[in-house]
Unconditional design. Structure first.
Length: 467
């Protein structure tokens, strides 16, 4: 636009000068004519008498085009003429966003009348079209969709997406494990995409990872296509697949390949065939039926499974504590069978510290989750905490276990322990009593009170409520 304004100003100046000459020539004033005889209007040569003008030689101006600091084209253009052509721009790793004038405005060189030396500068953006995951899970395999997006999350995403050759054109980004404001995110993305970037997020104090995935997928025009998934792709343990934004999160976080014969991402994941039985992902328990379908939003025996397929105790904090422990143990000994992991869980709880705590009436129920959570968090509690903690771990391993608030020992004292049904038989597990016997020097070694039948455990006088 500024070139057109310059041309218009020049035309006005020339027109004003010619008007003055004509006026003086026609007024009959000899002095005026003589005075005007030597006048030269801009762009006019020779005397300025009426009818005695001759056109000036045509001016030409230099028009140059810069791409990434390099001059790629120069044209000599006659004054007030448009360009004959504009160079094409194609650079690996970069996207051409148009031509800027000297004051940084996007303009269209073709059709613009040239009235002075002009430089056009290519506006370039990094090419972020690598079809790869850009939202990454944590060390436990959780995708954390509702956590705030951090500066490090953003940097990891853009560095993963950029096509080779575009790295040097990524905008300056903050770094660190702190939440980004919507304003900062919008500013960074405006340097990556033609248009306004993520202007709709600019007023947010923080942006969730799910909101970032939704915004990026829209900017990248990703999602909705049919894809193929590799066989080892699994859902994220903390992602409910019935969320409205589940597909956006999966698009951002899972490796997949566009495939016209494939499946929609979410449908493909929901339809994945799993090995029948219990299995773990990032320490969380799942169950697949004989057809290989994950149980979702339903019960299996005493186990309740969430819409994303995870077993839950009903308490997310307890579930997370259990999953963290089990994930570590499974990673240490991935070949370990269920019984070996159950023994590991038993010894882990047994070796915690006995302390005072809450007591419950004979036959009371519903205390196990809270007491188990306190035990796994603080590593000390009374027998109710020992029972609750071991029961939570056993159930996290797929054992049908439950807590008993009863009486035991010759004095019929209040006591809590765990029962579990294994291969049709009910067994007793009492990590707190085994801990006590070891502390008193009367223990008979590990697993003395592990997986006992009530017949074997008769010497401890267990009295349980009737079923």
């Amino acid at each position: 636009m500024f070139e057109k304004r310059n041309c218009e100003a020049r035309r006005i100046a020339v027109g004003a000068a010619l008007t003055a000459v004509l006026f003086l020539s026609g007024c009959g004033a000899e002095g005026a004519v003589q005075t005007s005889a030597n006048m030269v209007a801009p762009g006019i040569t020779g005397p300025a008498e009426y009818g005695d003008w001759s056109p000036a030689p045509e001016n030409t101006f230099r028009v140059s085009f810069l791409v990434d600091g390099q001059e790629i084209d120069v044209q000599e253009v006659p004054e007030e003429r448009p360009l004959a052509s504009v160079p094409e721009v194609s650079i690996p790793g970069l996207i051409f966003g148009g031509w800027e004038n000297e004051i940084g405005e996007l303009t269209e060189p073709l059709g613009t009348l040239i009235c002075g030396d002009t430089t056009y500068i290519a506006r370039l953006y990094p090419d972020l079209r690598s079809h790869v995951p850009y939202l990454f899970p944590d060390e436990d395999g959780a995708i954390r969709p509702d956590d705030a997006l951090t500066a490090d999350d953003l940097a990891a995403a853009l560095n993963a997406l950029v096509v080779p050759g575009g790295e040097g054109h990524l905008p300056g980004m903050p770094l660190g494990d702190y939440p980004l404001t919507g304003e900062v995110l919008s500013h960074v993305l405006a340097g990556c995409f033609p248009g306004s970037g993520a202007a709709e997020l600019s007023d947010l104090e923080s942006v969730t990872r799910a909101e970032f995935a939704r915004t990026m997928n829209a900017l990248l025009a990703r999602g909705g296509e049919r894809v193929s998934l590799s066989d080892d792709v699994t859902p994220f343990p903390d992602l409910a697949l019935n969320r409205e934004d589940a597909e956006d999160i999966l698009e951002a976080a899972l490796a997949h390949t566009p495939d016209e014969n494939g499946e929609i991402l979410l449908e493909g994941l929901l339809g994945r065939n799993w090995a029948p039985g219990f299995f773990h992902i990032a320490g969380y328990l799942y169950y697949a039926d004989e057809a290989g379908n994950l149980l979702r939003d339903t019960d299996y025996g005493s186990f309740h499974f969430l819409p994303d397929g995870r077993y839950t105790s009903g308490d997310e904090e307890l579930d997370a504590l259990v999953a963290e422990l089990l994930a570590g143990w499974i990673a240490e000994t991935p070949e370990a069978e269920g019984d070996a992991l159950l023994q590991k869980a038993y010894l882990y709880v047994r070796d915690m510290t006995y302390s005072g705590g809450n007591h419950y009436d004979f036959g009371a129920v519903g205390w196990d989750v809270e007491e188990g959570k306190k035990m796994l968090s603080n590593h000390h509690n009374n027998c109710y905490g020992y029972a609750g903690a071991f029961c939570a771990l056993a159930r996290g391993l797929g054992y049908d276990a439950w807590c008993i608030s009863g009486k035991a020992l010759a004095k019929a004292a209040e006591h809590a322990w765990v029962e579990a049904e294994i291969d049709g038989t009910t067994y007793v597990f009492d990590p707190q009593q085994e801990n006590r016997r070891i502390e008193q020097g009367r223990g008979k070694g590990d697993f003395e009170m592990y997986m006992m039948s009530y017949t074997y455990a008769a010497d401890w006088f267990y009295i349980r409520p009737s079923k």
